[in-house]
Ligand binder design. Structure first.
Ligand SMILES: *Cc1c(COP(=O)(O)O)cnc(C)c1O
Length: 415
């Protein structure tokens, strides 16, 4: 189903014309389709239905409280990477017993908060972290539930900045070291080994590396069981890609069938940690054209959104479709770069595009639901955008635009 569509030349998100959103809330503005969030979740949930499973939404993709609550109500668990994300999940009313905590640099404070909340599992990424977690849990008189995140050394064939499963990456424990660390963990007084985890990268468009990683992880789980360390769950991470341009990622059914096929007949529960797949194509970033600038070599469409609002093009040279909210067939499209007002050459949202844009027009930057708002900043002292959620023809403001005052809050002029 398509939640973004044209009706009489005008782009709509579900039943709402995007132009109406821009008029009501201003630009730049992030808008998400609740139905698209549900559809993505349910497609994956159904694909995994043959085996006991839990979908732990990776909060960092889009941590808005309303998005978290939406997934909590659908039955999701959560994958967090910081104490801040834990606080968000709790504020959204989610069950901490469905939270897994990933990341290479968990602080004592974060460990304590997660232990006190009673999370499902820590995905431990190093020997040093395991030792510290044992100490912190001991101080609280608890046993920390633990998975080791192993690095299966497979090439996820994605952008190098978002590949995490190779030997040279900072993530996880080399898979050949895992049995020794599991034995060590089993001997710790304040750690309870419950699972095994991996996550090989993001925006994966090929099933083969996921299959390889799953096979290596499951072989390790079998070996641990033979050594008397049976596990309760296997967490195969996130990373399922989406279509931004012409990628052909596996759909939820194919991905789910691959994982469920491998888990069939096993005793462990399957966990997955999708982020981008659940939210990426559910969101758009709306922006208005400020100026058309005809440079010596090319035309610049200068818009009111910038790299601080959507960093992916500047950070990864990522490609997002950019479409006029209203089609104007009478105009002639011209080659152009779509750029923001920030003082950096890397401040572009799309290069080498062909658009018939004019001052005052609205543009929609598509597939902006994941790693859009969550990576935004206030660089150049620009207020971060507002966010709205659309359900049918209903519109809900789910985050106010930053005020200029909020940008200066907490700063002091010393005497
Ligand atoms: C970022 C991340 C995810 C989610 O990745 P997506 O590509 O958005 O699915 C899952 N697990 C871990 C440990 C992560 O760091």
């Amino acid at each position: 189903m398509n939640f973004l569509h044209r009706r009489a030349d005008r782009l709509h998100l579900e039943e709402v014309p995007l132009a109406r959103l821009a008029e009501a809330y201003g630009t730049p503005l992030y808008a998400y389709s609740a139905a698209a969030l549900s559809a993505a979740y349910q497609a994956l949930d159904q694909a995994l239905a043959p085996v006991p499973h839990r979908i732990c939404y990776a909060v960092k993709a889009n941590p808005n409280l309303a998005v978290l609550r939406h997934f909590a109500r659908l039955g999701a668990g959560f994958d967090i990477v910081s104490g801040g994300e834990l606080a968000r999940v709790l504020a959204a009313g989610a069950d901490p017993g469905r939270v897994v905590f990933s990341g290479v640099g968990k602080s004592r404070t974060e460990m304590r908060a997660a232990l006190e909340a009673g999370i499902h599992c820590f995905n431990v990424e190093s020997e040093a972290e395991l030792a510290r977690l044992d100490l912190v849990a001991g101080e609280l008189g608890r046993a920390a539930p633990v998975s080791l995140r192993v690095n299966p050394d497979v090439d996820a064939k994605t952008h190098p900045y978002i590949s995490t499963g190779l030997r040279q990456n900072k993530f996880g424990i080399p898979i050949e070291d895992a049995p020794r660390l599991y034995r060590a963990a089993a001997g710790l007084a304040h750690v309870r080994v419950v699972g095994l985890d991996c996550h090989i990268g993001s925006q994966l468009t090929d099933l083969a590396p996921m299959a390889d990683a799953a096979d290596r992880v499951l072989a390790l789980a079998d070996r641990l069981a033979q050594e008397g360390m049976p596990l309760e769950h296997i967490d195969l991470g996130g990373g399922l890609g989406i279509r931004y341009r012409d990628e052909t990622p596996p759909n939820a059914a194919a991905y789910g069938a691959l994982l469920a096929g491998r888990m069939q007949g096993r005793r462990e529960t399957l966990l997955v940690e999708p982020g981008r797949y659940l939210v990426g194509n559910a969101g758009v970033l709306l922006t208005r054209v400020e100026y058309i600038k005809r440079g010596a070599e090319r035309t610049f469409v200068i818009v009111d959104a910038a790299m601080n609002d959507l960093l992916r093009p500047a950070l990864y040279d990522a490609w997002h479709a950019i479409e006029p909210v209203e089609l104007r067939p009478e105009r002639t499209p011209v080659p152009c770069d779509v750029v923001g007002p920030v003082c950096e050459t890397s401040d572009f949202l799309g290069r080498e595009r062909v658009l018939a844009a004019a001052e005052g027009d609205l543009l929609a930057i598509l597939s902006a639901g994941a790693y859009g708002m969550s990576m935004s900043s206030t660089y150049n002292s620009r207020p971060r955008p507002a966010e709205v959620m659309v359900t049918g023809n209903e519109i809900r403001l789910i985050r106010e635009r930053d005020s200029i005052a909020s940008l200066m809050a907490g700063e002091w002029l010393p005497d």
